[in-house]
Design a protein around this ligand. Structure first.
Ligand code: NAD
Length: 483
């Protein structure tokens, strides 16, 4: 099969990497290469910077109405090419086509629509200073932004950065994940067709160590928005520190899913199956630590195991597939090593733990894994503390509200949490105590783009969403006018 060759996108042109080197990108469901990615280096970032900084001088002065018009057009073009994007995202990432169709691609279009509207409707502050005059605040675009995204929700998370960045009048150099660059590459044509001026969005494909680090260490790039692992986040903080860059870091999580005995049992169970295994557990918001109040523990565990065994693992392009393939061989091996560790730490594999034996033909070499539930571990075990980022959850019985708050918060992470209870007072009390950027009560992954999103502790720095995105992508200043 012919491999798709991806090229960098600089100044609205597809260009080869300066050093001419490419590496393979794999179809995770087949375990074979399906494309070639530029192995970009610092000179490519320098070229992109030249294009983006030239474009900034005019784009930053373009009216909000004009920027909004182009963003709406980009959204419309993503919708018009939805099927193409859906198939590509599923093939490149391994996710079920149903998920790409219902979540990833519609949300990518909505990211542009949301910020197209947002910039038109935001109002700044003004206040009279008695005896002096009055003050007003004004937002300025900052310059060329570095946007670095991960492989789990490739287009969804990249566009969550591009849309507010350019809506605010900045220009961008994007570095999508080296594992999933295909839909970012396809987006380049959409941007051009929508009439986005040359140089406003540039894509430099390649690895984090070369292309990503060159962006972070570029002395003239004043802001970096990064979504990815916590260890990488720490490197980005260190490498960007000499330049005092503005950073937004959306990092890893080890989210708790707390099920009280007074919950709506069926709703909690059905949603917990989703929050455990959606996208093969490769969503930073997945609830991988399930805490169940003891009176319903056995019943909930049995229901969860029964539900997990019914989930269909296999061909991501089949409409009824629930779990596709993990993104890469390396990641599959990492997730498997945590299952082995769980057993060594005294856990019991209630279901899953293996590659499904039923896979035939081309799928035999894919990176598939059965949904896995591990019981019998204590909250101090590594498997209950470290992010696995695969279809693996632990389940644990708790006795009191105080205990479950304590074990939930006894974590390096603080990204999200779900609480299941029909007692409204308890819901507010527990939600108020949980150290996480987002707490859902009786639901999971319900996102309102107007609301702040981000992590506490090692799950991140800063908030994005609504006004918070405008805060990140602009410099806010106060102007004082004397009478
Ligand atoms: P990763 O940190 O390995 O890579 C993310 C991106 O950073 C990639 O584009 C990579 O090439 C780049 N990168 C790697 N090293 C770099 C460096 N030294 N300098 C600059 N860039 C570098 O993460 P991943 O494995 O792609 O994604 C999985 C992680 O992302 C998980 O930990 C998950 O929880 C997290 N995540 C968090 C959120 C959130 O909103 N908090 C959302 C999705 C994923």
């Amino acid at each position: 099969m012919a491999l798709t060759t991806i090229d960098n996108f600089i100044n609205n042109e597809f260009v080869k990497p300066t050093e001419g080197a490419y590496f393979d990108t794999f179809n995770p469901a087949h375990g074979v290469p399906h494309g070639q990615i530029p192995d970009s280096t610092k000179p490519d970032v320098d070229l992109a910077y030249k294009a983006a900084s030239t474009a900034f001088t005019t784009w930053s002065k373009t009216t909000k109405a004009e920027r909004s018009r182009i963003l709406y057009k980009i959204a419309d073009l993503i919708d018009a090419r939805q099927d193409e994007f859906v198939r590509a995202e599923s093939k490149d990432q391994g996710k079920p086509i149903s998920l790409a169709k219902s979540v990833d691609i519609p949300r990518a279009a909505y990211n542009f629509r949301f910020f197209a509207g947002k910039i038109l409707h935001s109002v700044e502050e003004a206040a009279e200073l008695e005896g002096v005059g009055f003050n007003y605040s004004q937002r300025m675009p900052i310059g060329v932004a570095g946007l670095i995204s991960p492989w789990n929700l490739p287009l969804y998370l990249l566009t969550w950065k591009i849309a507010p960045c350019i809506a605010c009048g900045n220009t961008a150099i994007c570095k999508p994940s080296e594992f999933t660059s295909l839909t970012a590459y396809m987006l380049c044509s959409v941007l051009k067709d929508a009439g986005l001026p040359a140089g406003v969005v540039n894509m430099v494909f390649g690895t984090g160590m070369k292309a990503g680090q060159a962006l972070v260490e570029h002395p003239r790039i004043p802001l970096i928005s990064f979504t990815g692992g916590t260890v990488t986040g720490a490197k980005i903080i260190a490498n960007s520190a000499p330049y005092f860059k503005k950073l937004s870091l959306e990092l890893g999580g080890k989210n708790a899913n707390i099920v009280f005995a007074d919950c709506d049992f069926e709703k909690a169970l059905t949603t917990s199956l989703r929050s455990s295994f959606a996208n093969q557990g490769e969503i930073c918001l997945c609830g991988s630590r399930i805490f169940v109040e003891r009176p319903i523990y056995e019943k909930f565990l049995n229901g969860l195991v029964e539900g997990a065994k019914k989930l269909k693992v296999g061909d991501p392009s089949a409409p009824d597939t629930n779990l596709g393939a993990l993104v890469s061989k390396e990641h599959w091996e990492k997730v498997m090593s945590y299952i082995d560790l769980g057993v060594k730490e005294g856990g019991k594999i209630e279901c899953g733990g293996q590659k499904p034996v039923s896979l035939q033909g081309e799928f035999q070499n894919g990176y598939f894994l059965e949904p896995t539930i591990i019981s019998g571990l204590t909250p101090s075990c590594r498997v209950m503390r470290e992010e696995i980022f695969g279809p693996v959850v632990t389940i644990y019985a708790f006795d009191t509200e105080e205990e479950v708050i304590q074990i939930t918060n006894d974590s390096e992470y603080g990204l999200s949490c779900s609480i299941w209870t029909e007692n409204g007072r308890r819901a507010r009390r527990v939600a108020g105590e949980i150290q996480a950027g987002t707490v859902w009560v009786n639901t999971w992954m319900a996102r309102d783009l107007r609301m702040p999103f981000g992590g506490m502790k090692k799950s991140g720095l800063g908030r994005e969403g609504g006004e918070h995105s405008l805060d990140f992508y602009t410099e806010l200043k106060t102007i004082c006018l004397a009478d």
